[in-house]
Design a protein around this ligand. Sequence first.
Ligand SMILES: [Zn+2]
Ligand SMILES: [Zn+2]
Length: 278
Amino acid sequence: MVLPKYDLHCHSTASDGVLSPVELVARAAEQGVEVLAITDHDSIGAIAQAQAPAQAANIRLLPGVELTACWGSRVVHLVGLGFDPAAPSLQRYLDELTVLRLDRAQRIAKKLMGRRLPDLLPAVLELAGDGQVGRPHFAMALVAAGVCETEQQAFKNYLGTGKVGDVKMDWPAMSEALALLHGIGGLGILAHPTKYRLTFSRLRSLLTDFVNAGGDGVEVSYAGIKPEHQRELQKIARKMDLMVSAGSDFHQPGRPWVELGRFLPLDTECRHVLTSLL
Ligand SMILES: [Zn+2]
Ligand SMILES: [Zn+2]
């Protein structure tokens, strides 16, 4: 099967992306993308808005989401694809995550105030708008308040692992997120496996647990992955009989190395997730 040009991982203003769902679809069309999944963090808010413009631009829109989950004490991201976006169980699941995320935002704001910083919560909620609130919104607010010069610096000094704003949360277990996706007819894909700062042997145990929990596929091509890591992941995917997926993880314009539809080509011997979605 010759695959169309696609992108199965990107973000809109329904989470921490900069472009609205409509703008994101327009950009995808400019880039020649024919199949698109908008995968916002714990939100499917973009799907309804993107539907009509996608149809007008001849883009096949696949239902997508990026679920935050835990694997032991680690936080991992699961891309859900091809599910029924109207399923009530999905809405309940995401509503619970909205409450958890708001609670975390309040706790982060308080912790930062404990460091004599201004109360950033109003600005953070304004930035998040109707979308799911996350740490990137705190990074933007820290820059806007003049506390940090860049968002990277905000993560380095205040929000990253072990810093004051690194407030732990009880995310649903990876197995729970996978069960939800399967219950609504979707596929569960482990997102950007090399971004969890795991050694490859730890990554193999993550993938083993993922397969045992019913995981369907793994992303093996995305912005920033090294070619040797992609090769290694494809080898593991073949061995574990996992499908492979790819997406830019696009969040904002102005970073040409993270463009919609642009990532390393995949090994044709691997079973592509699109073959079971199209
Ligand atoms: Zn992610
Ligand atoms: Zn993402």
